[in-house]
Design a protein around this ligand. Sequence first.
Ligand SMILES: [Zn+2]
Length: 285
Amino acid sequence: MNVFLQRVLLWCGVVGCLFLARPVTAASLEFSGELHPGMAVLMHVREFPPGARFVGKLDQESFPITPQGVGIVALDMERQPKSVTLQVVVTPPGGAPETLTRTLSVPKRQYQEERIDLPKKKVDLDQPDMSRATRETETINAALKIREGRTGFEKGFRQPATGRFSGVFGSQRILNGQPRKRHNGVDIAATKGTPVTVIAPGTVILAGQDYFFTGNTLLVHHGHGVISLYAHLDKMLVRQGEWLEAGTTLGTIGMTGRATGPHLHWGVLVRGARVDPMALPGIRP
Ligand SMILES: [Zn+2]
């Protein structure tokens, strides 16, 4: 073998090795923000091969990703890990799967305390009120299990109503001197009849009439287990099963259920994780 041929073969070997050492695709992950306890972020898979399939995992829990490479990940308000590991397996059509891994550090989050005084009957429930409230809670919890369906969260979210923020997310509630659960939403106080619009396109999965705690209650599923809750409504203007486009007015602010004045209680869950609605992507620039 002459020297020239030897060199050519050597170079082919080196170039071949470089080629093999390269990642299978140029895919990468992009996030809409930092992940804090009680927060949701949008995740985009960028530069993926056409037709690729995705599987997402946040620590041990898997999460769905749209064919366009969009997913949403969240931490429940009470979860305070130092960091979480996020993995996305990208499988090109007919190609080998590639795993993209990111470790996200999670800052600590402090919550406030909030004292509220209510009529005794509304805090210490008698037997009929208790069994009614339990039934209604079960109906809500059953609806919150939904994961499948048309998605509408990909472009982010919009605030459902304007008004005075009368209750913040995560505050430890002291009702008539007794410590209760943390506040799992935000309260927006405004005059009765103020329109409430859906925060993103989605399907109405529950229209509950005059519930003991939450009054007239709407739940909207935005796909992938992302659910928004609108409570204490005066009027409900949509029906269960209806698909709502962005900006649809779904009801009006009221004080049905356990409320001390007209306000919207607005909650958001991401596959069961309670997140701060005001920290959703798109709500605050
Ligand atoms: Zn509230």
